[in-house]
Design a protein around this ligand. Structure first.
Ligand code: AMP
Ligand code: MG
Length: 309
């Protein structure tokens, strides 16, 4: 049963994985509306529910084992559904074992440090799942599309110049490899939204009063940079999808399918880790049995010695 589930998940997410070393052209290689024909929306609710149940079970074991940690990085343009994905995928997990960190425009204190500093500070501990809502990848996305962000980082002259992006890709790959080698799996999800679907979702934020708070005029300005973002995403996916931390491009035009895929990638990672509840040593087991005998001996006359059995 568990094996067929794992197989179905592997099959679902296979086409979304960016092959390490491949040269990605986002528009050519990944369709924001992709969905295998056999997956129907009517089955979507049940699929997501099963995925979430599986995640909750594995998360409990990950937390108990306290050996591995998982870092989920979510990248996307505005209105691609990052918040909704986090809400749905985390549903059912124990909040004590999950931590969400959202990264905005860097603060003055953050700009006083190296560019990875603020992300390092939010890394998960062993047993935890850390979710980055935007991540260190902003450092090769918004910072690349709007180089004035790089000016604010006050790098020494020799650390700037044309090679800066290739160097950042290498540094990010090295950092993720270091984390992976030390028991922290890095899961990278790019929610791939089409320009037309973003237009429709922005309009919805204007038309539906309860969504007005989500709308920002700056989002419309940022849309003008669409082509530059697509180029930056393609370059990032080509350079940073690695054997130890591959990228998954999630088709984001259908929210329900995007959530299933995101849950699927995370489930795949947890199945690979296969965390186990710690087993007790023979000595500890003897202690447990002695304690049990003592508690049973204290039972009042009217009660069973051990009502749990
Ligand atoms: P939101 O996720 O809609 O709350 O917006 C956060 C904003 O912070 C986005 O416009 C990002 O582009 C911006 N942002 C995130 N990280 C960085 C960064 N390292 N440098 C500059 N801007 C950033
Ligand atoms: Mg925004």
């Amino acid at each position: 049963m568990a094996d067929t589930r794992a197989e179905r998940i592997t099959e679902l997410i296979g086409p979304l994985r960016v092959k390490p070393g491949s040269k990605v052209d986002l528009a050519r290689d990944f369709d924001p509306r992709y969905k295998p024909s056999q997956v129907k929306k009517a089955d979507g609710v049940e699929l997501l529910r099963a995925g979430i149940e599986l995640l909750a079970d594995y998360q409990a074991r990950l937390a108990a084992q306290q050996t591995y940690g998982v870092l989920v990085c979510l990248q996307a343009l505005d209105a691609a559904g990052k918040d909704g994905t986090i809400r749905h995928v985390m549903n059912g997990m124990n909040p004590q074992g999950v931590r969400v960190s959202s990264f905005k425009v860097p603060s003055a204190e953050e700009l006083d440090h190296d560019y990875l500093w603020r992300y390092v500070r939010r890394l998960p501990a062993r047993g935890e799942i850390g979710i980055f809502n935007r991540s260190h990848y902003e450092e090769v996305l918004v910072v690349r599309v709007h180089p004035e962000n790089l000016d604010r980082q006050r790098l020494p002259a020799q650390a700037r110049g044309n090679g800066v992006w290739d160097r950042r890709y290498r540094e990010i790959n090295d950092w993720e490899r270091y984390l992976t080698d030390n028991g922290f799996k890095v899961v990278k999800l790019f929610l791939n939204l089409s320009e037309e679907e973003q237009r429709v979702r922005f309009l919805k934020r204007i038309d539906v009063p309860d969504k007005n708070w989500k709308f920002s005029a700056a989002d419309i300005r940022e849309r003008e940079w669409w082509a530059d973002y697509q180029k930056a995403f393609s370059a990032m996916l080509s350079a940073t999808s690695t054997r130890w931390a591959p990228w998954y491009v999630i088709p984001a035009d259908r929210k329900w399918f995007a959530r299933i895929c995101a849950a699927g990638v995370l489930a795949h990672t947890l199945i690979e880790i296969d965390p186990r509840y710690p087993t007790v040593s023979p000595q500890k087991l003897r202690g447990l049995l002695a304690a049990k005998a003592e508690l049973e001996a204290q039972a009042p006359k009217s009660a069973a010695a051990d009502p749990c059995r």
